[in-house]
Ligand binder design. Structure first.
Ligand code: PLP
Length: 521
Protein backbone atom coordinates (compact mmCIF):
# COMPACT_ATOMS: atom_id res chain seq x y z
CA UNK A 1 0.00 0.00 0.00
CA UNK A 2 1.53 3.32 -0.99
CA UNK A 3 0.68 6.67 0.54
CA UNK A 4 -1.96 7.44 -2.10
CA UNK A 5 -3.70 4.11 -1.53
CA UNK A 6 -3.37 4.69 2.21
CA UNK A 7 -5.18 8.03 1.88
CA UNK A 8 -8.15 6.35 0.20
CA UNK A 9 -8.16 3.32 2.47
CA UNK A 10 -7.97 5.44 5.61
CA UNK A 11 -10.84 7.66 4.49
CA UNK A 12 -12.96 4.59 3.84
CA UNK A 13 -12.01 3.05 7.19
CA UNK A 14 -12.82 6.22 9.09
CA UNK A 15 -16.13 6.49 7.33
CA UNK A 16 -16.94 2.92 8.32
CA UNK A 17 -15.88 3.52 11.95
CA UNK A 18 -18.02 6.67 12.22
CA UNK A 19 -21.02 4.73 10.86
CA UNK A 20 -20.36 1.94 13.35
CA UNK A 21 -20.59 4.46 16.19
CA UNK A 22 -23.68 6.13 14.72
CA UNK A 23 -25.54 2.80 14.73
CA UNK A 24 -24.06 1.08 17.74
CA UNK A 25 -27.19 1.26 19.90
CA UNK A 26 -29.09 -0.86 17.38
CA UNK A 27 -26.71 -3.80 17.67
CA UNK A 28 -27.17 -6.72 19.98
CA UNK A 29 -24.40 -6.10 22.49
CA UNK A 30 -23.35 -9.75 22.77
CA UNK A 31 -22.51 -11.79 19.69
CA UNK A 32 -24.30 -15.07 19.06
CA UNK A 33 -21.30 -16.95 17.63
CA UNK A 34 -20.10 -20.24 19.05
CA UNK A 35 -16.49 -20.94 20.11
CA UNK A 36 -14.19 -21.48 17.17
CA UNK A 37 -16.52 -19.65 14.74
CA UNK A 38 -13.76 -17.54 13.25
CA UNK A 39 -11.35 -20.26 12.14
CA UNK A 40 -13.99 -21.52 9.72
CA UNK A 41 -14.22 -18.13 8.05
CA UNK A 42 -10.58 -17.56 7.09
CA UNK A 43 -7.90 -19.69 5.39
CA UNK A 44 -5.59 -21.94 7.42
CA UNK A 45 -2.54 -19.84 6.59
CA UNK A 46 -1.54 -16.39 5.35
CA UNK A 47 -2.05 -15.71 1.61
CA UNK A 48 0.92 -16.23 -0.72
CA UNK A 49 0.11 -13.07 -2.67
CA UNK A 50 -0.89 -9.78 -1.12
CA UNK A 51 -4.60 -8.94 -1.24
CA UNK A 52 -6.31 -5.68 -2.10
CA UNK A 53 -7.51 -3.42 0.70
CA UNK A 54 -11.09 -3.79 -0.57
CA UNK A 55 -10.90 -7.56 -0.01
CA UNK A 56 -9.34 -7.12 3.41
CA UNK A 57 -11.77 -4.43 4.54
CA UNK A 58 -14.80 -6.46 3.54
CA UNK A 59 -13.75 -9.06 6.10
CA UNK A 60 -14.44 -6.62 8.93
CA UNK A 61 -18.12 -7.20 8.26
CA UNK A 62 -17.87 -10.87 7.35
CA UNK A 63 -15.35 -12.14 9.90
CA UNK A 64 -14.92 -9.64 12.74
CA UNK A 65 -18.30 -7.98 13.27
CA UNK A 66 -20.25 -11.21 14.02
CA UNK A 67 -17.87 -12.01 16.88
CA UNK A 68 -17.65 -8.56 18.46
CA UNK A 69 -18.95 -7.71 21.89
CA UNK A 70 -19.89 -4.05 21.58
CA UNK A 71 -18.26 -2.39 24.58
CA UNK A 72 -19.20 1.05 23.30
CA UNK A 73 -22.89 0.16 23.07
CA UNK A 74 -25.17 1.89 25.57
CA UNK A 75 -26.47 -1.60 26.34
CA UNK A 76 -23.05 -2.66 27.63
CA UNK A 77 -23.30 -2.43 31.42
CA UNK A 78 -20.91 -5.19 32.47
CA UNK A 79 -17.53 -5.15 34.28
CA UNK A 80 -16.35 -1.56 34.02
CA UNK A 81 -16.55 0.48 30.83
CA UNK A 82 -13.66 0.65 28.39
CA UNK A 83 -14.36 4.06 26.94
CA UNK A 84 -13.34 5.36 23.59
CA UNK A 85 -13.49 8.78 22.00
CA UNK A 86 -12.68 10.16 18.57
CA UNK A 87 -9.84 12.43 19.79
CA UNK A 88 -8.20 9.40 21.44
CA UNK A 89 -8.57 7.38 18.23
CA UNK A 90 -6.82 10.17 16.35
CA UNK A 91 -4.05 10.09 18.97
CA UNK A 92 -3.62 6.36 18.43
CA UNK A 93 -3.52 6.91 14.68
CA UNK A 94 -0.66 9.39 14.94
CA UNK A 95 1.09 7.13 17.44
CA UNK A 96 0.84 4.28 14.97
CA UNK A 97 2.18 6.54 12.26
CA UNK A 98 5.22 7.78 14.18
CA UNK A 99 5.72 4.27 15.55
CA UNK A 100 8.71 4.88 17.78
CA UNK A 101 9.91 2.63 20.61
CA UNK A 102 10.81 5.53 22.87
CA UNK A 103 12.65 3.80 25.71
CA UNK A 104 15.36 6.46 26.06
CA UNK A 105 14.79 10.21 25.84
CA UNK A 106 16.89 10.48 22.68
CA UNK A 107 14.79 7.76 21.01
CA UNK A 108 12.14 10.47 20.59
CA UNK A 109 12.34 13.43 22.96
CA UNK A 110 8.78 14.54 22.12
CA UNK A 111 7.39 11.20 23.31
CA UNK A 112 9.13 11.33 26.67
CA UNK A 113 8.60 15.02 27.29
CA UNK A 114 4.93 15.08 26.32
CA UNK A 115 4.29 12.12 28.62
CA UNK A 116 5.97 13.85 31.56
CA UNK A 117 3.99 17.04 31.07
CA UNK A 118 0.68 15.36 30.33
CA UNK A 119 1.03 13.11 33.38
CA UNK A 120 1.53 16.26 35.47
CA UNK A 121 -1.65 17.65 33.91
CA UNK A 122 -3.48 14.46 34.85
CA UNK A 123 -2.13 14.51 38.42
CA UNK A 124 -3.36 18.09 38.85
CA UNK A 125 -6.66 17.28 37.17
CA UNK A 126 -7.46 14.55 39.70
CA UNK A 127 -6.15 16.49 42.70
CA UNK A 128 -3.26 14.14 43.50
CA UNK A 129 -0.94 15.53 46.18
CA UNK A 130 1.94 17.60 44.74
CA UNK A 131 4.44 14.93 45.80
CA UNK A 132 3.40 12.96 42.71
CA UNK A 133 4.36 15.73 40.27
CA UNK A 134 7.50 15.43 38.18
CA UNK A 135 8.89 18.78 39.33
CA UNK A 136 9.63 17.19 42.71
CA UNK A 137 10.81 13.65 43.40
CA UNK A 138 7.78 11.96 41.85
CA UNK A 139 6.14 11.73 38.47
CA UNK A 140 3.78 9.82 36.25
CA UNK A 141 4.25 7.25 33.54
CA UNK A 142 1.72 5.62 31.24
CA UNK A 143 1.53 1.84 31.39
CA UNK A 144 -0.70 -0.53 29.47
CA UNK A 145 -2.90 -1.77 32.27
CA UNK A 146 -3.46 -1.57 36.01
CA UNK A 147 -2.13 -5.12 36.28
CA UNK A 148 1.17 -4.05 34.74
CA UNK A 149 1.33 -1.12 37.14
CA UNK A 150 0.75 -3.36 40.14
CA UNK A 151 3.47 -5.82 39.11
CA UNK A 152 5.83 -2.90 38.55
CA UNK A 153 5.06 -1.41 41.97
CA UNK A 154 5.14 -4.71 43.82
CA UNK A 155 8.49 -5.83 42.40
CA UNK A 156 9.97 -2.39 43.14
CA UNK A 157 8.59 -2.67 46.69
CA UNK A 158 10.22 -6.08 47.08
CA UNK A 159 13.59 -4.78 45.96
CA UNK A 160 13.27 -1.64 48.11
CA UNK A 161 12.65 -3.53 51.33
CA UNK A 162 15.58 -5.84 50.59
CA UNK A 163 17.87 -2.90 49.79
CA UNK A 164 16.87 -1.17 52.99
CA UNK A 165 17.30 -4.21 55.22
CA UNK A 166 20.65 -5.15 53.76
CA UNK A 167 22.05 -1.67 53.23
CA UNK A 168 24.88 -2.27 55.70
CA UNK A 169 26.11 -5.45 54.07
CA UNK A 170 28.93 -5.36 51.54
CA UNK A 171 28.11 -6.67 48.05
CA UNK A 172 28.90 -10.35 47.62
CA UNK A 173 27.73 -13.91 48.02
CA UNK A 174 26.71 -13.45 51.64
CA UNK A 175 24.45 -10.53 50.75
CA UNK A 176 22.86 -12.50 47.92
CA UNK A 177 22.12 -15.34 50.35
CA UNK A 178 20.64 -12.90 52.85
CA UNK A 179 18.47 -11.36 50.10
CA UNK A 180 17.22 -14.80 49.05
CA UNK A 181 16.40 -15.56 52.66
CA UNK A 182 14.45 -12.29 53.02
CA UNK A 183 12.57 -12.85 49.77
CA UNK A 184 11.14 -16.08 51.16
CA UNK A 185 9.60 -14.16 54.05
CA UNK A 186 8.00 -11.29 52.17
CA UNK A 187 4.23 -10.90 52.25
CA UNK A 188 2.18 -8.78 49.84
CA UNK A 189 -1.31 -7.84 51.01
CA UNK A 190 -4.58 -6.69 49.53
CA UNK A 191 -8.24 -6.59 50.42
CA UNK A 192 -10.20 -9.79 49.98
CA UNK A 193 -11.99 -7.69 47.33
CA UNK A 194 -8.84 -6.31 45.71
CA UNK A 195 -8.57 -7.04 42.02
CA UNK A 196 -6.87 -10.36 41.24
CA UNK A 197 -3.96 -8.42 39.74
CA UNK A 198 -2.39 -7.99 43.18
CA UNK A 199 -2.37 -11.74 43.79
CA UNK A 200 -1.03 -12.27 40.28
CA UNK A 201 1.73 -9.71 40.91
CA UNK A 202 2.73 -11.56 44.09
CA UNK A 203 2.96 -14.79 42.08
CA UNK A 204 5.14 -13.06 39.49
CA UNK A 205 7.32 -11.53 42.20
CA UNK A 206 7.56 -14.87 44.03
CA UNK A 207 6.29 -13.52 47.34
CA UNK A 208 3.55 -14.65 49.66
CA UNK A 209 0.12 -13.05 49.45
CA UNK A 210 -2.40 -12.45 52.23
CA UNK A 211 -5.90 -11.07 51.89
CA UNK A 212 -7.24 -8.58 54.40
CA UNK A 213 -10.79 -9.03 55.51
CA UNK A 214 -13.27 -6.41 54.31
CA UNK A 215 -16.68 -7.53 55.55
CA UNK A 216 -20.13 -6.55 54.35
CA UNK A 217 -20.86 -4.65 57.55
CA UNK A 218 -17.86 -2.43 56.80
CA UNK A 219 -19.08 -1.75 53.28
CA UNK A 220 -16.60 -4.32 51.86
CA UNK A 221 -13.80 -1.94 52.70
CA UNK A 222 -10.50 -2.61 54.49
CA UNK A 223 -10.16 -0.81 57.82
CA UNK A 224 -6.83 0.22 59.29
CA UNK A 225 -7.54 -2.14 62.22
CA UNK A 226 -7.92 -5.14 59.97
CA UNK A 227 -4.76 -4.25 58.02
CA UNK A 228 -2.88 -3.88 61.32
CA UNK A 229 -4.14 -7.28 62.47
CA UNK A 230 -2.80 -9.01 59.35
CA UNK A 231 0.53 -7.18 59.60
CA UNK A 232 0.90 -8.24 63.23
CA UNK A 233 -0.07 -11.85 62.46
CA UNK A 234 2.58 -11.97 59.74
CA UNK A 235 5.23 -10.44 61.97
CA UNK A 236 4.42 -12.88 64.77
CA UNK A 237 5.31 -15.68 62.34
CA UNK A 238 8.62 -14.05 61.41
CA UNK A 239 7.27 -12.90 58.03
CA UNK A 240 7.83 -9.45 56.52
CA UNK A 241 4.80 -7.58 55.15
CA UNK A 242 6.26 -5.30 52.49
CA UNK A 243 3.44 -4.24 50.16
CA UNK A 244 -0.27 -3.43 50.34
CA UNK A 245 -2.72 -2.54 47.57
CA UNK A 246 -5.31 -0.13 48.95
CA UNK A 247 -8.34 -0.07 46.70
CA UNK A 248 -10.22 3.06 45.69
CA UNK A 249 -13.20 1.52 43.95
CA UNK A 250 -13.11 -2.26 44.23
CA UNK A 251 -14.02 -4.33 41.19
CA UNK A 252 -17.12 -5.97 42.64
CA UNK A 253 -18.78 -3.07 44.48
CA UNK A 254 -16.59 0.04 44.10
CA UNK A 255 -15.74 -0.05 47.81
CA UNK A 256 -13.06 2.33 49.03
CA UNK A 257 -10.64 1.15 51.69
CA UNK A 258 -10.19 3.41 54.71
CA UNK A 259 -7.48 5.51 53.09
CA UNK A 260 -7.28 8.05 55.94
CA UNK A 261 -6.92 5.36 58.63
CA UNK A 262 -4.42 3.41 56.52
CA UNK A 263 -2.41 6.61 55.96
CA UNK A 264 -2.06 6.96 59.75
CA UNK A 265 -1.00 3.32 60.05
CA UNK A 266 1.50 3.75 57.21
CA UNK A 267 3.53 6.11 59.40
CA UNK A 268 4.30 3.18 61.72
CA UNK A 269 5.35 0.90 58.84
CA UNK A 270 7.57 2.91 56.47
CA UNK A 271 8.91 -0.28 54.88
CA UNK A 272 5.47 -1.28 53.61
CA UNK A 273 4.92 0.12 50.14
CA UNK A 274 1.32 1.22 49.84
CA UNK A 275 -0.10 1.41 46.36
CA UNK A 276 -3.57 2.82 45.65
CA UNK A 277 -5.39 0.98 42.90
CA UNK A 278 -8.12 3.27 41.60
CA UNK A 279 -8.30 1.55 38.21
CA UNK A 280 -11.89 2.50 37.49
CA UNK A 281 -13.04 4.96 40.17
CA UNK A 282 -9.94 7.16 39.92
CA UNK A 283 -11.50 8.98 36.97
CA UNK A 284 -14.17 10.39 39.30
CA UNK A 285 -11.41 12.40 40.98
CA UNK A 286 -11.63 14.88 38.11
CA UNK A 287 -14.68 16.17 40.01
CA UNK A 288 -13.81 18.23 43.13
CA UNK A 289 -16.63 16.51 45.05
CA UNK A 290 -14.57 13.29 44.92
CA UNK A 291 -11.19 14.78 45.74
CA UNK A 292 -11.65 14.31 49.48
CA UNK A 293 -10.16 10.87 48.77
CA UNK A 294 -6.85 12.46 47.72
CA UNK A 295 -5.10 13.93 50.82
CA UNK A 296 -4.28 10.53 52.43
CA UNK A 297 -2.61 9.45 49.19
CA UNK A 298 0.25 11.82 50.09
CA UNK A 299 1.28 9.18 52.67
CA UNK A 300 1.40 6.36 50.15
CA UNK A 301 4.01 5.35 47.61
CA UNK A 302 2.12 5.03 44.37
CA UNK A 303 -1.26 5.37 42.67
CA UNK A 304 -2.85 4.25 39.42
CA UNK A 305 -6.02 4.68 37.48
CA UNK A 306 -7.02 3.64 33.98
CA UNK A 307 -7.92 6.47 31.67
CA UNK A 308 -9.01 3.71 29.32
CA UNK A 309 -11.79 2.69 31.65
CA UNK A 310 -13.78 5.83 32.32
CA UNK A 311 -11.88 8.84 31.01
CA UNK A 312 -12.39 8.59 27.28
CA UNK A 313 -8.88 7.49 26.36
CA UNK A 314 -8.89 4.40 24.20
CA UNK A 315 -7.35 1.21 25.54
CA UNK A 316 -4.60 0.98 26.67
CA UNK A 317 -3.73 3.76 29.07
CA UNK A 318 -3.11 3.25 32.77
CA UNK A 319 -1.66 6.25 34.60
CA UNK A 320 0.92 5.25 37.21
CA UNK A 321 2.06 7.91 39.66
CA UNK A 322 4.99 7.44 41.96
CA UNK A 323 6.05 9.60 44.90
CA UNK A 324 9.77 8.85 44.70
CA UNK A 325 10.72 7.90 41.14
CA UNK A 326 14.06 6.77 42.58
CA UNK A 327 12.20 3.78 44.06
CA UNK A 328 11.48 2.59 40.52
CA UNK A 329 14.80 3.60 39.01
CA UNK A 330 16.78 1.83 41.75
CA UNK A 331 15.04 -1.39 40.74
CA UNK A 332 14.65 -1.11 36.99
CA UNK A 333 17.64 0.85 35.76
CA UNK A 334 20.10 -1.46 34.03
CA UNK A 335 22.17 0.21 31.35
CA UNK A 336 24.14 -2.08 29.07
CA UNK A 337 26.54 -0.44 26.65
CA UNK A 338 24.08 -0.50 23.74
CA UNK A 339 21.66 1.74 25.65
CA UNK A 340 24.26 4.30 26.74
CA UNK A 341 24.12 7.82 25.30
CA UNK A 342 25.32 11.27 26.26
CA UNK A 343 21.86 12.47 27.31
CA UNK A 344 21.33 9.60 29.71
CA UNK A 345 24.83 10.16 31.09
CA UNK A 346 24.07 13.87 31.59
CA UNK A 347 21.37 12.98 34.13
CA UNK A 348 19.18 15.73 32.67
CA UNK A 349 16.65 13.53 30.91
CA UNK A 350 14.05 10.91 31.81
CA UNK A 351 14.50 7.47 30.29
CA UNK A 352 11.16 5.82 30.96
CA UNK A 353 12.64 2.35 30.40
CA UNK A 354 14.03 2.79 33.94
CA UNK A 355 10.51 3.13 35.37
CA UNK A 356 8.94 0.06 33.82
CA UNK A 357 9.29 -3.64 32.97
CA UNK A 358 9.42 -3.53 29.13
CA UNK A 359 12.07 -1.60 27.28
CA UNK A 360 10.14 -0.21 24.33
CA UNK A 361 7.07 1.95 24.71
CA UNK A 362 4.42 3.56 22.55
CA UNK A 363 3.44 7.20 22.16
CA UNK A 364 0.43 6.93 24.44
CA UNK A 365 0.49 10.46 25.84
CA UNK A 366 -0.70 11.82 22.50
CA UNK A 367 -4.19 10.39 22.89
CA UNK A 368 -4.35 11.65 26.50
CA UNK A 369 -3.29 15.12 25.38
CA UNK A 370 -5.90 15.14 22.62
CA UNK A 371 -8.66 14.06 25.02
CA UNK A 372 -7.76 16.55 27.75
CA UNK A 373 -7.69 19.38 25.22
CA UNK A 374 -10.80 18.35 23.30
CA UNK A 375 -13.03 17.95 26.35
CA UNK A 376 -11.37 20.32 28.79
CA UNK A 377 -11.70 19.89 32.54
CA UNK A 378 -15.34 20.93 32.43
CA UNK A 379 -16.20 18.46 29.68
CA UNK A 380 -14.57 15.59 31.58
CA UNK A 381 -16.36 16.53 34.79
CA UNK A 382 -19.70 16.64 32.97
CA UNK A 383 -18.95 13.23 31.45
CA UNK A 384 -18.27 11.65 34.85
CA UNK A 385 -21.20 13.35 36.58
CA UNK A 386 -23.57 12.09 33.92
CA UNK A 387 -22.69 8.49 34.80
CA UNK A 388 -22.80 9.12 38.52
CA UNK A 389 -26.35 10.40 38.02
CA UNK A 390 -27.24 7.37 35.88
CA UNK A 391 -26.09 5.07 38.69
CA UNK A 392 -28.28 6.95 41.15
CA UNK A 393 -31.21 6.77 38.76
CA UNK A 394 -30.83 3.00 38.45
CA UNK A 395 -30.56 2.47 42.22
CA UNK A 396 -33.74 4.53 42.57
CA UNK A 397 -35.49 2.32 40.03
CA UNK A 398 -34.51 -0.83 41.93
CA UNK A 399 -35.88 0.65 45.14
CA UNK A 400 -39.27 1.17 43.51
CA UNK A 401 -39.53 -2.64 43.40
CA UNK A 402 -38.42 -3.67 46.87
CA UNK A 403 -40.66 -6.70 46.52
CA UNK A 404 -38.28 -7.97 43.82
CA UNK A 405 -34.89 -6.41 44.44
CA UNK A 406 -32.54 -5.80 47.34
CA UNK A 407 -29.85 -3.19 46.72
CA UNK A 408 -26.61 -4.63 48.11
CA UNK A 409 -24.43 -1.57 47.55
CA UNK A 410 -25.97 1.74 46.59
CA UNK A 411 -24.75 3.69 43.58
CA UNK A 412 -21.01 4.22 43.97
CA UNK A 413 -19.06 5.79 41.11
CA UNK A 414 -21.99 4.85 38.86
CA UNK A 415 -22.00 1.18 39.90
CA UNK A 416 -25.02 -0.40 41.60
CA UNK A 417 -25.07 -3.95 42.94
CA UNK A 418 -28.17 -5.85 43.94
CA UNK A 419 -29.84 -9.17 44.52
CA UNK A 420 -33.16 -10.58 43.40
CA UNK A 421 -35.34 -11.63 46.30
CA UNK A 422 -36.72 -15.16 46.22
CA UNK A 423 -40.45 -15.76 45.86
CA UNK A 424 -42.53 -15.28 48.99
CA UNK A 425 -43.55 -18.47 50.78
CA UNK A 426 -46.93 -19.68 49.61
CA UNK A 427 -49.38 -20.24 52.49
CA UNK A 428 -49.91 -23.85 51.37
CA UNK A 429 -46.51 -24.49 49.90
CA UNK A 430 -44.73 -26.04 52.84
CA UNK A 431 -42.54 -22.96 53.26
CA UNK A 432 -44.39 -21.55 56.21
CA UNK A 433 -41.31 -21.71 58.42
CA UNK A 434 -39.34 -19.57 55.99
CA UNK A 435 -38.75 -15.88 56.69
CA UNK A 436 -40.69 -13.35 54.73
CA UNK A 437 -38.58 -12.43 51.71
CA UNK A 438 -40.36 -9.15 51.32
CA UNK A 439 -38.43 -8.19 54.38
CA UNK A 440 -36.66 -4.89 53.85
CA UNK A 441 -33.39 -5.67 55.58
CA UNK A 442 -32.47 -9.24 55.02
CA UNK A 443 -29.57 -9.16 57.40
CA UNK A 444 -31.72 -8.55 60.47
CA UNK A 445 -34.62 -10.16 62.26
CA UNK A 446 -34.23 -13.62 60.76
CA UNK A 447 -33.47 -16.72 62.72
CA UNK A 448 -29.94 -17.89 61.85
CA UNK A 449 -31.15 -20.93 59.90
CA UNK A 450 -33.92 -18.93 58.21
CA UNK A 451 -31.42 -16.31 57.18
CA UNK A 452 -28.97 -18.87 55.81
CA UNK A 453 -31.72 -20.48 53.74
CA UNK A 454 -32.92 -17.11 52.54
CA UNK A 455 -29.41 -16.15 51.49
CA UNK A 456 -29.06 -19.36 49.55
CA UNK A 457 -32.40 -18.85 47.77
CA UNK A 458 -31.52 -15.24 47.11
CA UNK A 459 -28.19 -16.20 45.56
CA UNK A 460 -29.83 -18.88 43.41
CA UNK A 461 -32.58 -16.67 41.99
CA UNK A 462 -30.16 -13.76 41.46
CA UNK A 463 -27.85 -15.99 39.45
CA UNK A 464 -30.75 -17.24 37.33
CA UNK A 465 -31.95 -13.73 36.56
CA UNK A 466 -28.42 -12.63 35.72
CA UNK A 467 -27.95 -15.54 33.33
CA UNK A 468 -31.32 -14.92 31.69
CA UNK A 469 -30.50 -11.29 30.88
CA UNK A 470 -27.17 -12.15 29.29
CA UNK A 471 -28.60 -15.12 27.39
CA UNK A 472 -31.02 -12.72 25.68
CA UNK A 473 -27.96 -10.91 24.20
CA UNK A 474 -29.57 -7.48 24.15
CA UNK A 475 -27.81 -6.19 27.27
CA UNK A 476 -24.53 -7.27 28.80
CA UNK A 477 -24.33 -7.16 32.59
CA UNK A 478 -21.97 -8.86 35.04
CA UNK A 479 -22.12 -10.53 38.42
CA UNK A 480 -19.83 -11.21 41.34
CA UNK A 481 -19.78 -12.88 44.74
CA UNK A 482 -18.83 -10.80 47.77
CA UNK A 483 -18.67 -12.33 51.24
CA UNK A 484 -20.90 -15.17 50.00
CA UNK A 485 -23.46 -12.82 48.45
CA UNK A 486 -24.17 -13.33 44.74
CA UNK A 487 -24.72 -9.90 43.24
CA UNK A 488 -25.65 -8.47 39.88
CA UNK A 489 -23.54 -5.44 38.93
CA UNK A 490 -24.84 -2.72 36.63
CA UNK A 491 -22.66 0.16 35.50
CA UNK A 492 -23.63 2.24 32.52
CA UNK A 493 -20.76 4.64 31.94
CA UNK A 494 -19.74 4.82 28.33
CA UNK A 495 -20.16 7.65 25.85
CA UNK A 496 -23.47 6.37 24.52
CA UNK A 497 -25.01 5.69 27.96
CA UNK A 498 -28.47 7.16 28.52
CA UNK A 499 -31.23 6.88 31.08
CA UNK A 500 -33.57 5.20 28.60
CA UNK A 501 -31.26 2.19 28.33
CA UNK A 502 -31.20 1.79 32.10
CA UNK A 503 -34.96 1.97 32.06
CA UNK A 504 -34.99 -0.78 29.42
CA UNK A 505 -32.63 -3.07 31.33
CA UNK A 506 -34.65 -2.46 34.47
CA UNK A 507 -37.80 -3.63 32.67
CA UNK A 508 -35.98 -6.75 31.45
CA UNK A 509 -34.81 -7.43 35.01
CA UNK A 510 -38.33 -7.07 36.37
CA UNK A 511 -39.64 -9.49 33.74
CA UNK A 512 -36.85 -11.99 34.40
CA UNK A 513 -37.24 -11.74 38.19
CA UNK A 514 -40.99 -12.27 37.98
CA UNK A 515 -40.52 -15.26 35.69
CA UNK A 516 -37.84 -16.86 37.84
CA UNK A 517 -39.90 -16.38 40.95
CA UNK A 518 -42.70 -18.31 39.27
CA UNK A 519 -45.17 -15.88 37.81
CA UNK A 520 -46.01 -12.30 38.61
CA UNK A 521 -45.64 -11.43 42.27
N1 PLP B 1 -7.90 -3.01 39.56
C1 PLP B 1 -9.23 -2.87 39.61
C2 PLP B 1 -9.86 -2.25 40.82
C3 PLP B 1 -10.01 -3.29 38.54
O1 PLP B 1 -11.34 -3.18 38.60
C4 PLP B 1 -9.38 -3.85 37.41
C5 PLP B 1 -10.18 -4.30 36.25
O2 PLP B 1 -11.35 -4.08 36.16
C6 PLP B 1 -7.99 -3.97 37.41
C7 PLP B 1 -7.28 -3.55 38.51
C8 PLP B 1 -7.26 -4.58 36.25
O3 PLP B 1 -7.26 -3.71 35.19
P1 PLP B 1 -6.35 -3.93 33.91
O4 PLP B 1 -7.19 -4.64 32.92
O5 PLP B 1 -6.01 -2.53 33.48
O6 PLP B 1 -5.16 -4.71 34.31
Amino acid sequence: MDSEQFRDAAKGAIDEIATYYDNIADKSVLPSVTPGYLRKLIPESAPEEGESWETIQSDIDRVVMPGLTHWQSPKFMAFFPCNSSFPAMLGDMYSGAFNAAAFNWICSPAITELETVVMDWVAKLIGLPDAFLSQGEGGGIIQGTASEVIVTALVAARERVIRRRLSDMPEGEEKLDAAADLRGKLVAMGSEHAHSSTQKAAIIAGTRFRTISAPADNGFSVSAASLRKTIQECEAKGLIPFYFTATLGSTSTCAVDDLAGIAELAKEYPDIWIHVDAAYAGSALVCPEYQHHCPPIAHFDSFNFNLHKWLLVNFDCSAFFIKRRKDLIDTYSITPSYLRNEFTESGLVTDYRDWQIPLGRRFRSLKVWFVLRSYGVKGLQAFIRKHIALGEYFAFQLKTRQDLFQVTTDAAFGLVTFQVKPAPPSPSGGQADRPNPRHEAWTSDFTPSGEAQWREDCNAVTKKVYEKINSQGEFYISSSVVCGIYIIRIVSANTAAEEKYLQMVFERLVEAAEEERGGKA
